[in-house]
Design a protein around this ligand. Structure first.
Ligand code: GLC
Length: 790
C-alpha cells in the first residue's frame, strides 16, 4: 500500500493520503532559520540553534501524534463550517476532503479541496533571510459568492527548548507579547538570562488583520485543541496579549470570493522586532513578485547543489534516489548533523564529531568550500593528543575550553574519521593546500592539518590493548557496546587499518617517504593483530570484552556474528582475500534479509551488563539486531570491492527507501529518505518497520556506496577512477558529474555483461591505458567512454 508517489519532474514526493503511519517530514531552511514540517503541517522552527533558539513548539512523542504546527484555517461565514488547509488539525472526513501534500526541495505545499473551495498553503524559508513565508491561495470553485475568515495559528516556544519542556515555574513567566497596531504585526519577545535575546514577529503581508490573539490558552480555549479553537468557533480572535503564559501568533483575515475568483495571502513568521524588521519584511513581501523571487532563489539553491551529479542507470528507483532524494538528505545531514528532528527533541545541539566527519562524504562533490570550512571546524575539536571531542558546538567553541571530554568520554573512533574525511576532500578537489593550514587544537597548541592527521594515528597507536587491537574506550561506532576498561574493538582496529592506508597513500602521493615507512610498519603490526586475534573460522569477531571474552564469536552465547567486523574487514583493505569473502558469505548466510542485513545475530535476548546497552534493546530494535541502515551501506562497498556486483546491488536495493513505497504500511517511515534502522527479523511483530528517519549517516554512505562503488566513480588524488561493479545484466549506465570544476559525461557500456572489469577507456576520442583518468587529461567538457569486460 502506498500513501503517495514520487513526482520526478517536479522533484517532489506527493502524499495523496494524509493518514501516513508516522509523520512524514521535510526540512526547510539552510542557514540560520530552519524548520521541520510534517505532511500535516506540524513541526517546529528554530533560529541558529534548535536547543537554545527554538521559535515554535512541537509536542514530541505525543497524541495526537502530530502537533502543533503552522495552521491555516478557513471558515465559511455563512455555514460556520471550518477546516484547515492541511488535513490536520481539523481533520475533515477524507471522503469529502481532498488533501495533497507536496514535499519539495526546500519547500512544502499543502493542497486541499473541500466544498468547492480549492486552497493551498506553500511554506518555505528564503535562503538568506531569517523568516518563513506562508503563501496561501484560496479559490472559489462554486457558483455562489463566498465569504471567509482565514485564521492562522502557531504556538511559540520559549526559546530554550529544554526549559520549555521542563521548567514551567520559571519559563512560563518570561514572555512579553505585544501588537504593533499601526502595522498589524504580532510582536513576540522573551527574556532569558542567556546570550540570546530573541524577538520574533508574525504578520499578514498583504491583507488587513481583523483580529488577533497572542495567548494560546485564549485562542484555543480550555478543553479544546488545535482542531477546534475557541476563537474560530467564536468567529473572531479575542485580542489577547500574553504577558507571561503560553504565547502564540493567531490572526484573522477576511476575504470575499466571487465564483471562480482566487485570493492570495502571504503570512510571515520571522526573527526581529515587529517595529523594525517586521515592518520592513511586511513591506517587501506585500508584493507577490518578491515572494516569487525568494522562492526562485530557493529552487536555484537546490538545483545548483544537486546538479553536480546525475546518473541514468537501468534502475529508476536508483536514479530517483541518487539524483534527488539521497543527495537532498545528504545536504540535510550536513546542515543539521543530528541536532533536530521529531525524534531528537532538542537536547542535542552542535556537531557530533564522527557523524559530521562522515556527513561530508555525500556533499563534498557539491559544496567543497563549505566542506573545507566544516573540516577546519572539526579539526579544531581535536585535542593535541590526537583524540577528538565526541560532540561539540562550534558556536560556543571559541568561548572556552569548558567542554573538553574527560578521559572516560574518549571514543576509539571519532578522530579516525578525519583520515577518511580529509583525504576525501582532497581527492575530490585536488586542494592539497589544506594539509599545510595551521589549525589550533581544542586544548592547547596548533599544528598543520597534516600533523593533526598524524596525531590521530598516534593516539590510536598508543591506545591498543592486550591483543594489539584498538582499545574500545568509551565506545566505538556502536555507541551501545561496552568496551570500556580494556575491552578491544575489532571494528575500530579495522577503521584504523583503513585510516593508516589512507594516510600512507596520501603521504606517498606528496612524497613524505619517512612517514610512508613509519605508518606501513604500524599497519603491518595492526594486520598481524587482526590476523591473529580476530578471525573466528567463518567470520571476524567483533572484539574482546574487558574480561577477555570474545564478542561476536561462535563461542558467544548470544550474538555470535556482527555485521561491521565483516564488512570492514574487506572495506578496510585488510582482508580482500578468501577470509574476507568467507566473512561476507557468512553475512549472506546469517544476517541478510529481504529488508537488509541485521546488525548482529542472534539478537541479544537477555541483558548482559558486561556487553552493555545493546543488550537492553528488545531483539530486532536499534543496535540489537535491527537492520541498521548505516552499517548496511558498508556491506555494499565490501561486496563491490570483492567484485560481486549482484550482491552489492541486491543489498543496495534491499533497504532503498524508494523500494518501500508500495509497502509503506509496513515500512511506515518516509519512503524518500533513509531511516536509521529497519526493525529486524527477530522482532515478533514489526520486521520491516523503519524508525528514526532523516538524520542518519546512512545518507552519506549510501550515496558513497552507490556512486563510488557500484557505479564506481571514485575521485583519486591524481584524477578520477572509473571502476564499476554492477549487476551483470546491466547493459551499462551514464553519469554526468562535475569534477574539479570540469564537466564529465561518463558512458559505461557492458557488452560482455560482466560485473566488474574495465577493458577500455576512451576520453574525448582518445584511448588511454588505465581506468584512472588523470586531471591533466581533462578539458572543460569531457566525454568518457568506458567499455567493461574481462
Ligand atoms: C547513531 C549515531 C552514530 C552511531 C550509530 C551506531 O546513528 O548517530 O554516531 O555510530 O548510532 O551506534
Amino acid at each position: 500500500m502506498n500513501f503517495g508517489y514520487f513526482d520526478e519532474q517536479k522533484r517532489e514526493y506527493v502524499i495523496t493520503n494524509p493518514k501516513t503511519p508516522t509523520s512524514w517530514v521535510n526540512y526547510l531552511g539552510t542557514s540560520d532559520y530552519c524548520l521541520i514540517i510534517s505532511n500535516n503541517a506540524s513541526g517546529y522552527s528554530f533560529y541558529k540553534s534548535p536547543k537554545l533558539g527554538r521559535v515554535t513548539r512541537f509536542r514530541f512523542n505525543s497524541i495526537p501524534m502530530d502537533r502543533p504546527g503552522r495552521y491555516v484555517y478557513l471558515k465559511d461565514e455563512k455555514t460556520n463550517d471550518f477546516w484547515s488547509i492541511s488535513w490536520q488539525p481539523v481533520g475533515k472526513p477524507l471522503d469529502k476532503f481532498l488533501s495533497i501534500c507536496r514535499h519539495g526541495l526546500g519547500y512544502t505545499i499543502f493542497e486541499s479541496k473541500y466544498n468547492s473551495i480549492i486552497s493551498s498553503l506553500k511554506i518555505f524559508v528564503p535562503v538568506d533571510k531569517p523568516l518563513e513565508i506562508w503563501e496561501v491561495k484560496i479559490k472559489n470553485d462554486s457558483n455562489e459568492k463566498k465569504e471567509f475568515s482565514v485564521f492562522t495559528y502557531t504556538e511559540f516556544c520559549l526559546w530554550n527548548s529544554m526549559l520549555d519542556m521542563m521548567d514551567f515555574q520559571y519559563i512560563l513567566y518570561t514572555c512579553r507579547m505585544g501588537y504593533n497596531k499601526e502595522d498589524e504585526i504580532i510582536d513576540y519577545s522573551i527574556k532569558l538570562w542567556s546570550p540570546y535575546e530573541p524577538k520574533a514577529f508574525f504578520t499578514c503581508a498583504n491583507k488587513k488583520i481583523e483580529s488577533f490573539d497572542t495567548d494560546r490558552d485564549v485562542f484555543i480555549g480550555p478543553y479544546n485543541s488545535e482542531s477546534n479553537p475557541e476563537a474560530i468557533k467564536n468567529g473572531k480572535c479575542f485580542g489577547s496579549i500574553a504577558i507571561g503564559g503560553n504565547p502564540c501568533a493567531a490572526t484573522q483575515v477576511k476575504i470575499e470570493l466571487q465564483p471562480g475568483q482566487e485570493e492570495y495571502l502571504v503570512f510571515l513568521l520571522g526573527i526581529g522586532n515587529a517595529y523594525k524588521e517586521g515592518r520592513e519584511y511586511k513591506k517587501i513581501f506585500a508584493s507577490i513578485d518578491s515572494v516569487e523571487k525568494e522562492f526562485k532563489k530557493v529552487q536555484e539553491y537546490w538545483k545548483e547543489r544537486l546538479n553536480k551529479f546525475e546518473c541514468n542507470t537501468q534502475d529508476e528507483k536508483m536514479n530517483l534516489m541518487l539524483n534527488i532524494w539521497n543527495q537532498y538528505q545528504c545536504h540535510t545531514t550536513f546542515n543539521w548533523s543530528r541536532s533536530a528532528s521529531f525524534i531528537e527533541a532538542g537536547g542535542r545541539d552542535g556537531l557530533g564529531f564522527r557523524d559530521s566527519s562522515q556527513d561530508i562524504l555525500g556533499v563534498v562533490h557539491s559544496i567543497p568550500q563549505e566542506v573545507r570550512r566544516r573540516l577546519i571546524e572539526l579539526l579544531k575539536a581535536q585535542l593535541s593528543e590526537g583524540y577528538a571531542m565526541h560532540h561539540f558546538q562550534p558556536l560556543t567553541m571559541s568561548q572556552g575550553k569548558h567542554n573538553i571530554p574527560p578521559r572516560e568520554r574518549i571514543y576509539s573512533d571519532d578522530h579516525l574519521w578525519l583520515l577518511i574525511a580529509v583525504p576525501a576532500y582532497i581527492k575530490e578537489t585536488g586542494d592539497f593546500s589544506i594539509l599545510d593550514e595551521i589549525v589550533e587544537y581544542a586544548d592547547s597548541g596548533s599544528a598543520s592539518v597534516y600533523d593533526h592527521l598524524k596525531q590521530a594515528l598516534e593516539f590510536s597507536w598508543n591506545n591498543r590493548g592486550k591483543h594489539g587491537l584498538l582499545l574500545g574506550l568509551a565506545a566505538d561506532w556502536n555507541d551501545c557496546i561496552n568496551l570500556k576498561d580494556g575491552g578491544e574493538s575489532t571494528w575500530s582496529t579495522q577503521l584504523y587499518y583503513k585510516a593508516l592506508s589512507e594516510f600512507i597513500d596520501l603521504a606517498e602521493y606528496i612524497g613524505k617517504t619517512d612517514d610512508v615507512e613509519k605508518y606501513k610498519k604500524y599497519r603491518d603490526e595492526i594486520k598481524r593483530a587482526l590476523e591473529e586475534f580476530t578471525w573466528d573460522g567463518e567470520w571476524f569477531v567483533r572484539g574482546y570484552l574487558a574480561s577477555g571474552k570474545k564478542l561476536g564469536s561462535k563461542e558467544s552465547e548470544q550474538s555470535k556474528i556482527f555485521l561491521n567486523s565483516q564488512s570492514w574487514a574487506v572495506f578496510s583493505g585488510a582482508f580482500l582475500d578468501e577470509k574476507g569473502k568467507t566473512a561476507m558469505d557468512s553475512v549472506k548466510k546469517y544476517l541478510a534479509t529481504e529488508h537488509g542485513c541485521v546488525k548482529n545475530w542472534p539478537a541479544y535476548v537477555d541483558y548482559i551488563i558486561e556487553v552493555g546497552a545493546i543488550t537492553s534493546f528488545p531483539p530486532g530494535l536499534k543496535e540489537n539486531a535491527a537492520i541498521f541502515c548505516h552499517a548496511n551501506t558498508w556491506v555494499i562497498i565490501a561486496e563491490a570491492l570483492l567484485g560481486r556486483g549482484e550482491y552489492a546491488f541486491e543489498y543496495y536495493m534491499s533497504f532503498l527507501p524508494a523500494n518501500k513505497n508500495e509497502i509503506a504500511e509496513i515500512y511506515t517511515a518516509e519512503p524518500y529518505v533513509y531511516s536509521q534502522f529497519i526493525t529486524g527479523k527477530e522482532h515478533p511483530y514489526y520486521f520491516g518497520r523503519a524508525r528514526n528517519p532523516w538524520l542518519t549517516g546512512t545518507a552519506t554512505w549510501a550515496f558513497t556506496a552507490a556512486t563510488q562503488y557500484i557505479l564506481g566513480i571514485r575521485p583519486h588524488y591524481n584524477g578520477i577512477i572509473i571502476d564499476p561493479c554492477i549487476p551483470s545484466s546491466w547493459d551499462g549506465f551514464e553519469v554526468k558529474r562535475i569534477f574539479r570544476g570540469k564537466k564529465l559525461l561518463i558512458k559505461v557500456l557492458n557488452p560482455e555483461h560482466v560485473s566488474k572489469g574495465v577493458k577500455k577507456v576512451i576520453i574525448n576520442g582518445k584511448e588511454i591505458k588505465s581506468n584512472l583518468i588523470s586531471e591533466a587529461l581533462l578539458d572543460e567538457e569531457n566525454v568518457i567512454e568506458v567499455i567493461m569486460g574481462l
